[in-house]
Design a protein around this ligand. Structure first.
Ligand code: PLP
Length: 300
């Protein structure tokens, strides 16, 4: 019997030739463009998935056969994110080629890369790579640091090299029990990121994935962390706190409650330190008046 390794090696479809042989040349009217895509997006369709494809263009096909055609046809796509695995583990040549091809599509305004390489393999951020990325602005990189100690001198240098070629850097942190579920640790992380020229972007609640239960903490802990940042340190150090809704629901922001009440006349607010303030709503029907101070309310 074939081992699973042999099965994967011998029965996968991993080249354009194998794809054409399997599904018929009539399904590949523009073979040349597909060849370009295949050159840059290595693919290997496992035997189980090859079996599942009933005809080219079906839902299984769309997931595994590489093509930039979708992006070319969908002119509403303005923003493309290259993400996990980790795009910065590709060779310089392939990163260059992928970015070049994306840039050739006129309606794609921004390219984003999501990568943990600046944290895990800062040596990968070579001057040669930076020189390549620099050609494809506007290009943003979101990286991923979870603990202030991860901002080693090597990581800080790597981030500096990216910033020096004009790449705006963000950080997506995941709230993890025993790692960063602590207001002081998070504040230090956010401040160190800023010092390393990275703007904290998101703190995520841990996804509900099998095997990660021990990392999960409460939503209240995340809110407590945001409360400990807002007003107590630079606003630049305060990321959005979000839950990435399961099933493609998108990111849902969570905010500590700073609004006590809203009426047509006024909004009652509580600031970071717990003091109450009243902001008067505009009153279009009354005669213009001298502006009143935005004053603290002593009651309460
Ligand atoms: C986070 C995320 C994005 C990007 O969302 P922004 O809020 O625009 O940064 C896109 N796709 C998926 C699947 C995501 O999880």
């Amino acid at each position: 019997m074939e081992s699973w390794q042999e099965l994967l090696r011998k029965r996968s479809v991993a080249s354009l030739e194998a794809l054409v042989a399997r599904f018929g040349a009539e399904h590949f009217p523009d073979l040349e463009r597909l060849r370009q895509a295949a050159e840059n997006f290595e693919f290997r369709i496992s035997p189980a998935m090859v079996e599942l494809i009933t005809s080219p263009g079906d839902p299984i096909w769309r997931q595994y056969v590489p093509d930039l055609q979708y992006l070319e046809e969908h002119t509403e796509v303005r923003d493309v994110i290259l993400s996990g695995g980790d795009p910065l583990l590709l060779s310089d040549r392939r990163i260059d080629e992928i970015c070049r091809r994306l840039r050739a599509i006129g309606h794609i305004e921004i390219i984003r890369i999501g990568s943990r390489v600046p944290c895990h393999l800062p040596e990968r951020i070579t001057p040669a790579l930076c020189a390549i990325l620099k050609q494809y602005h506007p290009l943003y990189i979101n990286t991923h640091f979870n603990h202030p100690d991860e901002l080693t001198p090597a990581a800080v240098d790597a981030l500096g090299r990216l910033a020096d070629v004009g790449i705006p850097l963000g950080c997506q942190t995941v709230l993890l029990k025993g790692v960063n579920d602590d207001t002081e640790v998070m504040k230090r992380l956010m401040q160190r990121l800023l010092a390393a020229r990275v703007r904290p972007y998101y703190i995520y609640m841990c996804d509900q994935v099998a095997g990660a239960e021990h990392f999960r903490t409460t939503v209240e802990k995340g809110l407590e962390i945001i409360r400990a940042l807002r007003g107590w340190t630079s606003g630049l150090a305060v990321p959005h706190f979000v839950i990435d809704a399961p099933g493609g629901g998108g990111k849902i922001p969570l905010l500590p409650e700073y609004v006590e009440s809203i009426t047509d006349d006024a909004v009652v607010l509580r600031n970071y330190a717990g003091q109450r303030y009243v902001y008067r709503q505009p009153q279009p029907d009354t005669a213009p008046q001298a502006p009143t101070e935005f004053e603290p309310v002593l009651a309460g």
